[in-house]
Write a protein that binds this ligand. Sequence first.
Ligand code: HEC
Length: 149
Amino acid sequence: MLRTIVVAGTILLCIGAVMAQQEIAVQQDNLMRGQAKSLYDVMLKMVKGDIPYNQAAVDNAIKQLEESVPKIATVFATNPKQDVVNATYGSSQKIWQNKADFDSKIPPVVKAIADVKGKIKDKAGLRVAYNSINDRCNDCHETYRVKLK
Ligand code: HEC
């Protein structure tokens, strides 16, 4: 009887831990998706002409990125040791073997955002800003993001 309770308890604890880890992975993914919204769904689409240039939307996208990017270090503090179910991209385990190097990829993105903030006035300027920010995002993705499918 006691053994059954211990076994059942252990199983429940394991399920709890797995759920918590999935939650962490989802949080990390949501942070990235939020940044992708500003950079790709707003800025890139305007650069490509898929949607019209809109100054307020550009300014808001930059503001969102400015708030979100510095959160990467904290949101990725814990290794969830699993990928988001069905995700296209996952985290490399290298992040937590080399967290200081991972974190060092964040300030260049922050700087790229600060450098263009308030200076984008038209589509040409937006294209330059988009490229300068996107290159810095990719500097991290190259090493620490894994394509799952
Ligand atoms: C310090 C490292 C780092 C920086 C900087 C970074 N990312 Fe990521 N990004 C990751 C990692 C790790 C993943 C894979 C794990 C995940 O999806 O949460 C990822 C995943 C993504 C994904 C895929 C999400 C999905 O699952 O579909 C997008 C889109 C993305 N990042 C956009 C951005 C944008 C836009 C920026 C720049 C504004 C950026 N990232 C900056 C580390 C970074």
